[in-house]
Every structure is written in C-alpha cells, then in structure tokens.
Design a binder for this molecule. Structure first.
Ligand SMILES: [Zn+2]
Ligand SMILES: [Zn+2]
Length: 214
C-alpha cells in the first residue's frame, strides 16, 4: 500500500508494522516534510530560513548549532554513524512515543523503556567521542546511554522553559495541571544530546507532529 507525501509528493510505502490507524493518519514521508507542512498550515507561510536554522532543518552537517554546542565535522560524522547503527522496533517506538506525551508511565511501560535503554548500547569509545568537555564537568555524565528522561532533563536545563511554539507561535502558559503548555519535541526519537534535535511545540502542534512522525 502506498500514498504520496502531502508536502513533497514522494511515495510513502506502508511498513508491515504500521497499523491501519497509523497509516490513515500518516501524511508525510519524513519529519522534515511534516514540519514544513505544519509551519505552512499554522503560520500561513513556509518556514523562514531563520526558523529552519533554529530548528535544525538547515545545516545538518553540524554548522550553526546554537547554545555553544559545536560539533566538529568528524564528530558529526561519528554521531550520524552511531545513529545508523541503532535499530528501533515498532514496539520500542510506540513505548517511547507514549512516554513522550507526558502521560505518567505505567509500570509495564517503565520496564519496557528501561529494557529498551539497556539494549541501546553505545560503545565506550563512541561515548567518549560524543561527549563534550563542558558537559562532563557540569552534569553527571553517563555517556550517551541515559535514555529518554535523562536526555530530556539535560535538554531542559540547556534550553530552559520554551517561550513559544516553533510552528504556530503560540505563547507558553501554565496549564491547569501545573505543566507548561510548550513542550520539547524530539525530532527523531533517538534522544541524542543535540539541542537542535529538540523543537519547542505547543500541545496541539506536538500531537500532530507525533502522529505524523515516522
Ligand atoms: Zn515528503
Ligand atoms: Zn503550536
């Protein structure tokens, strides 16, 4: 079964692990297409070069990363190799996606997540290469194998509380449940310590984004 990406027109092929419901809501071939489309839809205009740069759609080679986070070309290459080596099952992605929605994890999901994190082995060598000097001093550095919550809190400390949704420009506010309305969404679910992999999104944009990701 195939359909075409609503942004770029590229053919999307239904994967065997994709449920009928997931397939029905899937509209884009990639996270980037999803972001472009949502930005157009929500802001009434395509992403500006500035926004693209901020959310890391441009300069993926490691140039122009903000917040004092700079990768050498060599490091960027190693990170991309490390990523390619990781295989995620649909189940793992689903668990992560559930965790991502900010819902309190069930005990079962926690066990699954911790199993998943343990399974994500990054060699000592890669860890050393990926780790930056600054981070080693300021945070308890556990290598790259810290899982979703570890990376998420690291990113939160770095970025702080996001002011606005990157897609619809809605300003952040405190919700009735005490949470902040703008959340940090991870672009590829790999949970690397790359600040550019995280985009501040309001709850409604986040929901659409999560539903559309691959
Ligand atoms: Zn596309
Ligand atoms: Zn939004």
């Amino acid at each position: 079964m195939t359909k075409n990406c609503q942004q770029c027109g590229k053919e999307i092929i239904k994967q065997s692990g994709t449920s009928k419901k997931q397939w029905e809501i899937k509209k884009f071939c990639s996270v980037n297409c999803c972001l472009y489309f949502l930005a157009k839809d929500r802001m009434g205009k395509p992403l500006s070069e500035e926004t693209k740069r901020k959310i890391g759609l441009a300069n993926r080679g490691g140039i122009g990363r903000g917040h004092g986070w700079h990768h050498t070309k060599e490091t960027a290459l190693k990170i991309s190799k490390a990523r390619k080596g990781m295989i995620f099952s649909k189940e793992h992605l689903k668990n992560l996606s559930d965790a991502h929605k900010g819902i309190k994890l069930s005990e079962q999901a926690k066990i699954k997540l911790s199993k998943f994190n343990k399974g994500k082995i990054v060699s000592q060598e890669t860890r050393q290469k990926l780790s930056g000097r600054k981070e080693e001093k300021s945070y308890s550095w556990k290598g790259d194998n810290v899982g979703y919550w570890g990376v998420h809190s690291w990113v939160r400390k770095r970025i702080g509380r996001p002011e606005k949704c990157k897609l619809c420009n809605k300003e952040g506010r405190k919700l009735v449940n005490g949470k902040w309305s703008i959340q940090l969404a991870n672009k590829d679910h790999l949970y690397k310590r790359n600040l550019t992999d995280w985009i501040p999104l309001c709850i409604s944009c986040h929901r659409i984004f999560d539903n559309q990701r691959i």
